[in-house]
Design a protein. Structure first.
Lengths: 365, 76
């Protein structure tokens, strides 16, 4: 199963780009939003924007899971680490700025902060050192949240608790759909989130907002055919939900993953960096699992934090209102090796993806 | 973070499997979230298989794309 060869065929890419050009509106531009950092990587890395006509714009929404974690929740992780507790987290969470410091800063000050590849690794680590207290900083969208649920429902060591910062994507898409000044004309829905949640949660976008919505995969042809499908729907005046990524996304999604998530988490209002509070967008531990809640176990609860740092435009980048090269700090004071804002830290952050690609002839297609 | 990579199940041991990501890269993956067997391709995210790839659907998608590109009569 050679995904790369089959779904990156440059000849097919050029031909679908021609079809897109023919379908593109002559005057009134069309704005399509994706909400996944991996889509932004594909689009930037393969130079897909260069293949699109001027009247078709693809913007990046809040699809970088580490970028949207608000400073207050990072401050909580830092505070826990400063209490002498071992904080485990995914690698690209380390440098995301909190109000005054990141977890990496806390580590430099002597705190025990460790990178793990999965929630299961955090469990193993805690099992190996039963005399230490461990916290797993659980971030990520619906793609990641089921793995936290699996571990919480498993045999957990007593010395591990969870700082749950998981968010769900559809409420953020709704917020974007309702932003009048963003003027969206369609959504490319996130393929991997969709493997878990299925298609139903997106039905509202064509039905209530008249926005063509296409679930797409992450190879260049997936994205190009996604754009084509949206333009075709606009052209026909018939917005609907299409699944272009049927090789992994089923209509019902991953039912087992959904069931485990429901068992462990309830929905709560949650803050998103750059977006403010979004109703029912955060997963919180249910009462039955409160013993694993790091907030209560370690007495930490921070409501407010400083999300944006002087001059940083992440709040506009995260919703696709601005592009990284419109930020005066981009590749000057803010670079991948010395990031100012969250969008330059996360490997799926729009600023980081643009910075890593801008000087390379990576336009493979 | 939402990056998920396909790999082939080579051995299953209860809730975990050895998954071949190509070029000799073998990793242990938690398969609690999927129904799978040896030989399947699964999509792996942060150490957990989140879905089984459907080869038939992959071929159908490619066929559909070729059809779209061939259709001269449609508008676009
Ligand atoms: S380039 Fe840096 S400072 Fe500017 S918006 Fe992006 S992360 Fe913020």
């Amino acid at each position: 199963m050679d995904e790369k060869r089959r779904f990156r065929n440059p000849d097919l890419a050029r031909r679908i780009a021609e079809k897109i050009s023919k379908l593109a509106p002559r005057e009134k531009p069309v704005k399509i939003c994706h909400v996944c950092g991996t889509h932004e990587w594909t689009i930037t890395h393969f130079g897909i924007r260069n293949l699109l006509p001027q009247t078709v714009e693809v913007i990046a929404g809040p699809g970088c899971p580490v970028c949207i974690v608000p400073a207050s929740e990072i401050d909580e992780a830092v505070k826990i680490a400063e209490k002498g507790i071992t904080v485990t987290c995914f690698g690209d969470m380390l440098r995301v700025p909190g109000s005054t410091m990141s977890l990496l800063d806390a580590k430099a000050n002597g705190a025990d902060v460790r990178v793990v590849y999965s929630a299961g690794d955090a469990v193993k680590m805690a099992e190996k050192s039963p005399d230490r207290e461990f916290v797993f900083f659980a971030i990520g969208f619906e793609t990641t949240a089921p793995s936290t649920a699996v571990e919480i429902l498993g045999n957990l060591p007593r010395n591990l608790s969870f700082l749950v910062s998981h968010r769900v994507i559809p409420p953020a898409m709704k917020l974007l759909a309702e932003m009048r000044d963003l003027n969206l004309n369609g959504f490319i829905a996130p393929g991997h989130v969709s493997t878990v949640i299925g298609l139903v949660p997106y039905e509202v976008f064509p039905q209530d907002y008249g926005l063509p919505t296409v679930v797409a995969g992450f190879e260049p042809l997936d994205v190009l055919f996604g754009v084509y499908a949206i333009l075709k729907q606009i052209h026909e005046g018939r917005p609907r939900l299409e699944n272009e990524y049927s090789r992994v996304v089923r209509r019902e999604g991953n039912v087992k993953a959904q069931k485990l998530m429901k068992q462990v988490f309830s929905m709560a209002d949650g803050k998103w960096r750059g977006l403010g509070t979004i109703a029912s967008s955060k997963l919180a531990l249910r009462e039955e699992y409160a013993v694993y809640d790091a907030h209560t176990r370690h007495g930490v609860c921070i409501a407010e934090g400083v999300d944006s740092h002087s001059g940083c435009m992440c709040h506009l980048i995260i919703i696709g209102k601005s592009k990284p090269n419109e930020c005066p700090l981009f590749l000057k004071a803010c670079r991948p090796e010395k990031p100012v804002g969250a969008c330059m830290v996360g490997i799926e952050g729009t600023c980081r993806i643009w910075a890593k690609t801008i000087n390379r002839q990576s336009h493979v297609l | 973070m939402c990056l998920a990579i396909p790999g082939k199940i080579v051995k299953i041991n209860d809730s975990h499997a050895q998954v071949d990501f190509g070029e000799g890269v073998l990793r242990e993956v938690n398969i609690t979230l999927v129904e799978t067997r040896v030989g399947d391709y699964v999509l792996v995210h942060a150490g957990y298989a989140i879905q089984v790839l459907d080869e038939k659907e992959a071929l159908e998608t490619l066929n559909l794309w070729n059809e779209i590109l061939r259709s001269e009569t449609e508008n676009g």
